[in-house]
Write a protein of this length. Structure first.
Length: 346
């Protein structure tokens, strides 16, 4: 039976800004004390910001300026991520048959898919632009890449990019807006996938399971507004995810006659301190797995689609799955949507 292997993952971020320094930017604004309080409790030390608000403040930029600048910065960071991933995988750009891109924060046609010829991929390289899906986007996008590779038996690249710094919102700030300012950072991740049977080591994508909880669709939303991307993030999200996550996890494992004791590690989307804590509690996950999610969030914040790929990269580097061993990745986003992926060492 055809299979697809993830042979390389590269996560990249723009220059990091310390969140304590970032909070000082808002100190004189209405609600600036809420921003400082959220920063202190966030467990986020630094995050990448392609647009440095200390050098140029984007909070009053119109949407068109934000989108143009976001696309420029996203293409630059994406180029770094893809070049790094292909180099590690030992592949040339002209060997790639398919480039899929996923983003919630960059809207343009052509957009990130224009990187294919710019990077030296062939003119007949297939491209697919996906998004916006928010923080869970990388996992269904990986599933789409797997399907293409298994059909065409050629290597593919998935690119996930989300940049929030061009979309910083103006005051006044309440607690919810303060959380959004603090939580989200900029990042990009590239994943190289190849057909199984070529001798390459890595992770096979075995299966995915997705669940939507429409009763809580209003709890997390991302919209384009007059001043860029507006994020609605209710404080209920950690409990919504915690109440629903066991369903798709248990169903996915049962479909393959596995249980939690058969899983070597768990890659949990670093969607915030409370989400990591609550998912860890209800799924009874080992702290060694949760530590990887906490570290990615501490250093980069929640980068939306690239975030879980950064955790996957960390776990696979620190403890590569041996042949036949299993890992699970899970991500959560608007909808409210939970996506779970089963991986196997190859």
């Amino acid at each position: 039976m055809p299979s697809t292997r993830i042979v390389e993952i590269s996560f990249c971020a723009p220059p990091l800004v310390r969140t304590e320094e970032f909070a000082k930017l808002f100190a004189a604004d209405v609600g600036g004390d809420d921003v400082a309080r959220v920063v202190r409790n966030s467990a986020i030390d630094t995050k990448g910001m392609a647009v440095n608000p200390f050098a140029e403040d984007p909070r009053w930029w119109p949407t068109s300026v934000r989108m143009d600048r976001g696309l420029l910065e996203a293409r630059a960071l994406a180029t770094e991520a893809i070049t790094l991933a292909l180099g590690r995988a030992g592949l040339r750009p002209d060997e790639i048959g398919f480039l899929a891109t996923v983003t919630t924060t960059t809207h343009s046609a052509p957009g990130l898919d224009a990187l294919a010829p710019a990077l030296g991929m062939r003119d007949d390289t297939a491209t697919l632009s996906l998004g916006p899906m928010g923080c869970y986007a990388a996992l269904p996008a990986l599933s789409a890449c797997r399907d293409w590779v298994e059909t065409h038996r050629r290597p593919a690249v998935l690119l996930a990019v989300d940049l929030f710094s061009p979309h910083l919102q103006p005051p006044p700030y309440d607690k919810e807006k303060a959380v959004c300012l603090t939580l989200f950072g900029d990042g990009a991740a590239a994943v190289v996938l190849t057909p199984g049977g070529d001798g390459a080591h890595g992770m096979e994508i075995v299966d995915t399971r997705q669940l939507t909880v429409p009763a809580h669709a209003d709890d997390l939303q991302v919209h384009v507004a007059d001043l860029g991307m507006y994020i609605r993030l209710a404080p209920t999200m950690p409990e919504v995810v915690a109440a629903a996550v066991r369903g798709p996890v248990d169903a996915l494992l049962a479909r393959h006659r596995l249980d939690g004791s058969d899983i070597t590690w768990w890659a949990v989307h670093p969607g915030g301190r409370r989400i990591i804590d609550r998912v860890g509690e209800v799924c009874e996950l080992p702290e060694t797995s949760l530590a990887a999610s906490r570290a990615v969030m501490r250093d980069y914040g929640n980068t939306a689609a690239p975030a879980v790929l950064g955790v996957l990269e960390s776990l696979q580097k620190g403890r590569p799955l041996k042949r036949g061993e299993h890992g699970v990745a899970m991500a959560f986003g608007p909808g409210a949507t939970i996506c779970v992926m089963l991986l196997r060492g190859a």
